[in-house]
Design a binder for this molecule. Structure first.
Ligand code: PLP
Length: 476
């Protein structure tokens, strides 16, 4: 493809995306295809000769699009928001166009230096402590996902535990039943034996970690000669946006010199609103590492997860290996950052471009307005449900997620749960909205997660109306 062809087809592709976004509300939110449908429409063998771009766009419309669930749809309320935005997409395009490998400072200096500036900017925008900034002993980096951020934090924590004389094998990791599955996965990858995973109890109503139980577990493990390596606290769990009491957890970690990782993948970006910074209480004083995903609720398409550490030494010492073929003057002199030492893979994309474009386009005020709009819509939705005797709303919904369930007055709990799931399936099959479920206290609850930039009050109202109508039908 010559630059001239690229210019023309690129414009056509951008037009395709703009047209898609203009008509997205008319498409069924949840893809209606059955397993194998998409694959069956695609040739089993690759083309021998190159094909026209038009042929590809045609297949995109006819074969691919029906198999897409529209995460940017204004009536997408499932899982968590996975925001995209114009500036982010354009940043992604620029990154692809440059095609640079940013593994070392030397392999593309701007790739490293822009990232440093952008993660420092984001730390400031979120009101995170100064010691997370790169000009101190700590710093931030962009990882592909929060799962990687947690794994990298755990490897640094294990390194620090071993450096301070702890046992390499008998290291323990602490989490709650509400922690994201990626924490357990990170432990598995890092070689922490499943018998050394400690599940700290949660308050049954709020689902927050119980610091007293953490203290008991830590004390018992230390007494048994084990080496506690990391505690993972969550600010805004994926299931219900529960917020662990980081300050009290941090005080306990400090006493035992245990690494505190704070997973704020979903909710952390809400701190762009000064009035929501309370969610990060205790992070400044106690967190050794902290992660949040602009690729969830901050207008930046996947992938873009930011991890900060208070001290980068254990991280770099855990992950740095210098083979001869990568040796260069700048790295040897120690005058630059090589972000390959802050992540699992060697190669890295120029991810900071999209976050840079997003922050410059929206500014602090625009980012805050976006979060506020989602929080506001969620709280309106919660108030309608709370006022409706057919439903019960869970009391904790400080951010963009509302958990609720129909009461099913005539059904036993298990039948009620089945009915709730049945209602959810019918709602989602309609294509008019998409929501998901979780379990709280053993009972099925529906999750209504607001946060797409295209979602307006009328979409939330329509969803609410439709949920009520479908429930009426089910009750009849
Ligand atoms: C979504 C989520 C993750 C995983 O995020 P990825 O970036 O997809 O790996 C981890 N922790 C929490 C609390 C999450 O909400």
């Amino acid at each position: 493809m010559s630059p001239e062809q690229f210019r023309q087809l690129g414009k056509q592709t951008v037009d395709w995306i703009a047209d898609y976004l203009e008509r997205i509300a008319e498409l069924p939110v949840l893809s209606q295809v059955a397993p194998g449908d998409v694959r069956a429409q695609l040739p089993a063998h690759p083309p021998g000769q190159g094909e026209s771009f038009d042929a590809v766009l045609k297949d995109l419309d006819q074969v691919i699009l029906p198999g897409v669930t529209h995460w940017q749809h204004p009536s997408f309320f499932a899982y968590f928001p996975a925001n995209s935005s114009g500036p982010a997409v354009l940043g992604e395009l620029l990154s692809a166009g440059l095609g640079a490998q940013g593994m070392l400072w030397a392999t593309s200096p701007a790739c490293t230096e822009l990232e440093t500036v952008v993660v420092d900017w984001l730390a400031e925008l979120l009101g995170l402590p100064a010691h997370f900034r790169t000009d101190g002993p700590g710093g931030g980096t962009i990882e592909d996902s929060a799962s990687s951020s947690t794994l990298v934090a755990l490897l640094a924590a294990l390194q620090r535990a071993r450096d301070s004389g702890g046992s390499a094998e008998q290291t323990t990791v602490y989490l709650t039943s509400q922690a994201h599955s990626s924490v357990e996965k990170a432990a598995r990858i890092a070689g922490v034996d499943a018998t050394y995973l400690r599940v700290v109890e949660v308050d049954p109503k709020t689902l927050e970690m119980r610091p007293d139980h953490l203290a008991t577990l830590l004390a018992a493990d230390v007494a048994a000669g084990l080496t506690p390596a990391m505690v993972c606290a969550t600010i805004g769990t994926t299931s219900t946006t529960a917020i662990d009491p980081v300050r009290r957890i941090g005080e306990i970690c400090r006493r035992h010199n245990v690494w505190l990782h704070v997973d704020a993948a979903y909710a952390g970006v809400a701190a762009v609103c000064p009035e929501l910074r309370w969610i990060n209480d205790g992070v400044a004083e106690y967190a050794d590492s902290y992660c949040t995903d602009p690729h969830k609720w901050l207008l930046t398409n996947f992938d873009c997860s930011v991890l900060w550490v208070a001290d980068r030494a254990p991280l770099v010492s855990a992950l740095s290996i210098m083979p001869e073929y990568l040796r260069n003057t700048a790295s040897t002199a120690g005058s630059v950052i090589d972000y390959r030492d802050w992540q699992i893979p060697l190669g890295r994309r120029f991810r900071s471009l999209k976050l840079w474009l997003v922050i410059r386009w929206y500014g602090a005020d625009g980012l805050a307005a976006h979060i506020r709009a989602g929080v506001d819509l969620a709280s309106q939705f919660a108030s309608w449900i709370a006022a409706d005797p057919r439903f019960e709303v869970l009391p904790h919904h400080p951010l963009g997620l509302v958990c609720f369930r129909p009461l099913w007055p005539t059904l036993a709990p298990e039948q009620g749960d089945a009915a709730t799931l049945g209602l959810m399936e019918r709602l989602n099959a309609s294509g008019q909205l998409y929501l998901t479920h979780t379990r709280v206290d053993g009972r099925v609850v529906l999750r209504f997660a607001v946060g797409a930039p295209s979602t307006e009050l009328r979409h939330v109202q329509a969803a609410w109306q439709y949920i009520g109508d479908q429930l009426e039908t089910a009750l009849r």
